[in-house]
Design a binder for this molecule. Sequence first.
Ligand code: NIG
Ligand code: FE
Length: 411
Amino acid sequence: MTTLIVNIKELLQVRENSILKVSGAEMAILPTLKNAFLLIKDDLIADFGTMTDLPKITVDTTIDATGKMILPSWCDSHTHIVYAGNREQEFVDRINGMTYEEIANRGGGILNSAKKLNETSAEEIYIQSKARLEEVMQLGTGAVEIKSGYGLTVEGELKMLRVIQQLSQNYPITIKTTFLGAHAFPSAFKDNKKGYIDCIINEMIPEIAKNKLADFIDVFCETGYFSVKETEQIMEAGIQFGLKPKIHVNQFNSIGGIQAGVKYKALSVDHLEIMKPEDIESLKNTETMPVALPSCSYFLSIPYTPAREMISAGLPLALATDYNPGSTPSGNMNFVVATACIKMKMTPEEAINAATLNGAYAMGISKTHGSITKGKKANLIITKAIPSYYQLPYAFGSNLIDKVILDGKII
Ligand code: NIG
Ligand code: FE
């Protein structure tokens, strides 16, 4: 099956396949090709170039992209898309003055979602979750990481991971899976934290690894959740079973989680709303990708990740949604890119790099995703006719996507 797209106004994020992430000043550069063609063979990008070099070939389908741009589909490296029900009431409680922390302390928050998840059948969770997955695919996301973490019991966590596996088998979007048993201490272990950590380490991790249900391990390292010491213990156990860490750190407090992540070679450290100078320092010259989640900052009215300071220090940065029922009930990467520009003062080039190539790196898939590169997955966004790619963050809230291509096919 071959598809030729012609007359592309501008092809964005054109890279050599040796470039797996961009850092610091490189983030300001978005390589593009104007007046281009792109050839898809099956599920891969087979060729591209300028229209003057258009090869004379017969293809199954031709798409005319006059006035339109093409970019690699968004790589959303941090989500909790699989959950049951919603937390609308907590949203209204926050409007009326309660804080996210107060809601969690009264047994709401993550524990509220865990209760709902454990009371809901796998079939029903699948139905609710697939609707969210289909929505983000239409919004241009072509690769997504999905976490467990609302089970907080052996059965609940396995149930979530199996739903993710089922989604991955049934949809063309690329899915990477993260085990987040250490998301909160369940009520049953309120006074026996060690007991829950033992359960994660001795029961959950071995069972998940045996059934190949996760690629990564995550921990919510935060005051009132998992301490740095507990985070290290859980990362270590995951690593022994081949699960690379990708952790939640510095959302509300800087307590040393970043340093722990770097020490255990975490693929990414995510949230980073509260950053001390030493946190930025410790990420320099490491393999760990910092990930910012601006729609979480927006929804909770908490600080935004200090992108400018981090990029000036030479760090890379990825952007993701954090799609979840409590802190970010939105999976719209277009909004994330716009918010990063508007609120974090990232340039459109930096934000697009952060939401494509660096996002792919934060899922360990930047050899196959995140840029327009021969041999990479044909997961693409075709925009509507727009004057320039600045329009993507500038016209925030508008849907500028004309077509989404996943695995080489229009969805
Ligand atoms: O990334 N911070 C921890 N976990 C999620 C939110 C979980 C929830 O409120 O349900 C997050 O923001
Ligand atoms: Fe999260």
